[in-house]
Ligand binder design. Structure first.
Ligand code: GN1
Ligand code: MG
Length: 373
C-alpha cells in the first residue's frame, strides 16, 4: 500500500498498530480500503475511503447525512421491529479521526473512515433465489428503518440523482462523434433514441403527487448488501453516500437491475445478459415481507415502470460518460463504459420482452397492498 494511504490511515489509528491495508470492494466512484489493526481493546478493522469529490461536490453534507442516518437507525434499533427478531442488523457509522474530526482533508483530497461490518460478505452476482430473497429483505428493512427519518433532515448531496429526464438532457448536450453504422456505439445511441417517450414516467408521477419523496439508499446494488457469513442472512446495507431523499422506486429498480442479471454488470458477452424473472420474484417477495406496510397503491402501480427505467437510465449514464471521455465512472480499458452501457441496454430489452409477466407478478405479490391509502 502506498505511503500516502498509510499516512492517512495513521490520522485515524496509530500507524504502529496497523497490521494491513488492502483495497476493498469494486466501487466505480470512491476509492476504498480495509485497514486492520491490533493493540486496542476491540482490535479489528475499519474502512478508509477517499471520496470522489468530482462526484460528491459537498462531501461535508455527505458526512452530515451519514451521521443523521446512523443516529436515526441506532434509535430505531433500540426497540427493533418484529421482522428483525432472531437477526442482527448492522449500520456502518462514522469513525472519527484521532483529532476527533469526522474526516481528514489533505492535499485537496477528502478522506473518511467508517466502521467495518465483520463476519459478513458481499457478492457481485447472485447465487440463487434464497440469496435473492435476503437481498430483498435487506432493502425492505433498510427502507423501513429510515421511513420515519424526515426527508428534510437529509441534504440533497447529488442533485438530480436518478432523475432520468435530467440524464437524457445531459446526454443530449454531449457531442456525438461520427460512428460507423451498426457499431456498438451507433447501436447504443439508437437504443436511447428509441426510448425517449415515457422517460419521465416516475418524475411525472411525483409531480402529480401520486408518488412522494422518502429517504432512500440510492445505490442498493447486490454488492452493497452484506450477508452474514454463517447464516447467509442480510445484515445491513453499506455504501451510504447516496442516502438522500428520493423515490423508493429508484432503489427497487436499481436493486433488481443489479441482482436479476445473473452474469453481472461487467459481463463482456452481451448474449449472456438477461433479466431473470424468478430472481425478481424472490427479491420482491423478500422486500414486501418488510415493506408491505408502508407502500401505497400508487407505489405499487409504478413498480413495473421503475424495473424497466433504472437499467435504461444506468445505460444512459454509462454511455454519456463514454462520450464525455470517462470522467465519472472509473474504467480500466477503452470502451469500458460503452460495454457497460450495452449490458444495461440488453437488460432493458430483456425486461421489455417480459413486461406483461412483470406486471402480473407485481399484481400477484401486491394484491393486498395499500388498500385504504
Ligand atoms: C456507482 O461507485 P459505486 O460502484 O458504488 C454509481 C451508481 C451506479 C453504479 C454502477 C454515486 O456506484 O449509481 O449504479 O456505479 N454511484 C454514483 O455500478 O454515481
Ligand atoms: Mg455506491
Amino acid at each position: 500500500m502506498t505511503e500516502a494511504v498509510e499516512a492517512i490511515a495513521d490520522r485515524f489509528h496509530p500507524r504502529e498498530r496497523i497490521t494491513a491495508i488492502r483495497a476493498l470492494g469494486s466501487g466505480n466512484v470512491n476509492e476504498t480500503f480495509l485497514v486492520t489493526h491490533d493493540g486496542n481493546a476491540q482490535g479489528g478493522a475499519f474502512v478508509l475511503q477517499r471520496l470522489n469529490t468530482t462526484v460528491f461536490e459537498r462531501p461535508d453534507l455527505v458526512m452530515r447525512n451519514l451521521v443523521a442516518l446512523g443516529d436515526h437507525v441506532q434509535r430505531r434499533l433500540a426497540s427493533p421491529p418484529p421482522e428483525l427478531s432472531g437477526r442482527r442488523w448492522e449500520v456502518p457509522t462514522v469513525v472519527r479521526c484521532r483529532e476527533d474530526a469526522h474526516w481528514v482533508e489533505q492535499d485537496g483530497q477528502f478522506w473518511r473512515s467508517i466502521t467495518y461490518i465483520g463476519a459478513a460478505t458481499t457478492s457481485d452476482v447472485i447465487r440463487d433465489r434464497s440469496q435473492a430473497r435476503e437481498v430483498g429483505y435487506g432493502l425492505g428493512m433498510f427502507h423501513s428503518l429510515i421511513s420515519d427519518l424526515p426527508a428534510e433532515h437529509l441534504a440533497d448531496t447529488l442533485e438530480n440523482f436518478h432523475v432520468t429526464p435530467a440524464y437524457l438532457k445531459h446526454f443530449d448536450s454531449v457531442a456525438r462523434p461520427a460512428c460507423p453504422e451498426g457499431s456498438l456505439l451507433a447501436q447504443a445511441i439508437a437504443f436511447v433514441d428509441g426510448r425517449r417517450g415515457g422517460i419521465d414516467v416516475l418524475e411525472a408521477a411525483l409531480e402529480r403527487g401520486e408518488l412522494r419523496h422518502r429517504p432512500i439508499h440510492g445505490d442498493p446494488k447486490i454488492n452493497n448488501v452484506m450477508m452474514d457469513e454463517a447464516s447467509g442472512k442480510a445484515v445491513g446495507l453499506i455504501d451510504l453516500d447516496t442516502v438522500k431523499p428520493g423515490l423508493v422506486h429508484y432503489d427497487i429498480g436499481d436493486c433488481l437491475r443489479s441482482c436479476c442479471n445473473p452474469v453481472g454488470e461487467e459481463e463482456t458477452n452481451l448474449d449472456a445478459v438477461h433479466f431473470d424473472l424468478g430472481l425478481c420474484e424472490a427479491i420482491l417477495d423478500g422486500y414486501l415481507t418488510v415493506a408491505r406496510g408502508f407502500l401505497s397503491r400508487w407505489d405499487l402501480h409504478y413498480l413495473p415502470d421503475c424495473i424497466r427505467l433504472i437499467p435504461l437510465e444506468l445505460g444512459l449514464r454509462f454511455l454519456t460518460d463514454h462520450l464525455e471521455g470517462d470522467v465519472y465512472f472509473r474504467t480500466n480499458r477503452a470502451d469500458h463504459n460503452l460495454h457497460r452501457a450495452a449490458v444495461q441496454f440488453r437488460l432493458t430489452a430483456s425486461i421489455e420482452a417480459q413486461m406483461d409477466a412483470i406486471r402480473a407478478l407485481v399484481r400477484k405479490l401486491g394484491a393486498d397492498i395499500g388498500n385504504g391509502h
